[in-house]
Write a protein that binds this ligand. Structure first.
Ligand code: SAM
Ligand code: SF4
Length: 325
């Protein structure tokens, strides 16, 4: 699918739940209420949207959340999505807490990539950020996933936890064949209350810490990360810099929220209410046609760029846990 700015839209992020087993301060702090489960799309409804996406040119689907692995039958969903016409790649973004018990199923289901979110390896800091004593569990997930024939990336939101934290996170890419990506905090939901670390400065710091750091021109996926390699490292270091390295001109994605809204930009609340169509009256074929049309129209109206630099213009009020990152 092309949008009105000529960008190819072939990537759909699907949030399968707004529930999570962690309480990251910038995403889903303690006390946040979840929506009633009947408001969340069923797996069948998700597949119907994904099938329409595949028909329209979506080639890569990423399953996210909330925490996708708290949703029952998430691994089964991977299998179903992999079987859809047009869908070439299905990946998942997880906090890693439940990955150990689902890894086998995901790999057998044909998962093409696993992104594991972890901001710090330090046990105490991990607890402060997520409300859970899970650092060792997530590290074990990283180790186990890295040993499987699947692309693994570690995603760390840049929280400026000091040089030691930066080095310990980067070193994961030396220890394991995983890419470690640092993500600039985006002013969405509870993230608004956190400072944004300038990745230009982060890159300088990395360059001093690792003098051999050099550009890595290889393609690592379908996202906006810019990669660097360091001699002796098995994986690369990636920077996702939505604020200081705006990449909207290369945007290739839409997002389906767990409640069935198709969002075309993180910054704005607008989107197509696909759940209303899925649960509407009429024959299945009529609803399918309506879904196709609604997706087409939403993509047609996709904004040129985010407005994170003008906070007053951000209309998205939902938290990241509702949207899926
Ligand atoms: N629970 C899963 C996880 O943590 O990987 C998937 C959902 S989570 C919302 C997806 C990603 O969004 C995580 O890597 C998380 O760190 C990131 N994230 C959450 N809030 C953010 C924000 N305000 N800015 C940038 N990234 C954010
Ligand atoms: Fe849960 Fe992921 Fe949000 Fe953390 S970032 S609260 S793990 S959804």
């Amino acid at each position: 699918m092309k949008d009105s700015y000529g960008r190819t839209i072939d990537y759909m992020r699907i949030s399968v739940t707004d529930r999570c087993n962690l309480r990251c301060k910038y995403c889903m702090p303690e006390g946040i209420r979840c929506v009633p489960s009947e408001e969340i799309l069923t797996l069948e409804e998700i597949c119907q949207v994904a099938a329409c996406g595949g028909e329209l040119g979506i080639r890569h689907i990423r399953i996210t959340g909330g925490e996708p692995l708290v949703r029952k039958n998430c691994c089964h969903l991977v299998r179903q999505l992999k079987g859809l016409s047009g869908i070439e790649k299905v990946t998942i973004t997880t906090n890693g807490m439940l990955l150990k018990e689902h890894l086998e199923d995901l790999v057998e289901g044909g998962i093409d990539g696993i992104n594991i979110s972890m901001d710090t390896r330090d046990r105490q800091r991990f607890r402060e950020i997520t409300g859970s004593d899970g650092a060792e569990q997530v590290l074990e997930s990283i180790r186990l996933a890295a040993a499987r024939p699947v692309a693994v990336k570690v995603n760390a939101v840049s929280l400026d936890l000091g040089e030691e934290n930066l080095v310990r996170m980067a070193e994961l890419a030396r220890e394991y064949p995983v890419d470690v990506r640092f993500i600039e905090m985006m002013p969405i939901g509870y993230g608004k209350a956190f400072p944004v670390m300038d990745h230009g400065k982060l890159l300088e710091r990395l360059g001093k810490l690792y003098p051999g750091l050099e550009d890595d021109p290889r393609v690592h996926g379908s996202g906006p990360a810019v990669y660097y390699r360091i001699p002796g490292f098995k994986g690369s270091i990636g920077l996702i810099s939505a604020i200081h390295g705006k990449f909207c001109d290369r945007c290739n994605r839409v997002r389906l929220t767990s409640q069935g809204q198709l969002k075309t930009c993180l910054c704005y609340e607008d989107g197509a209410d696909l759940r209303a169509i899925l649960r509407g009256e009429g024959k299945a074929e009529t609803r399918r046609q309506l879904l196709l049309e609604a997706i087409r129209q939403a993509v047609e109206k996709k904004p040129a760029a985010h407005c994170f630099d003008c906070p007053g213009q951000i209309t998205e009020q939902r938290s990241m846990v509702m949207i899926g990152g």
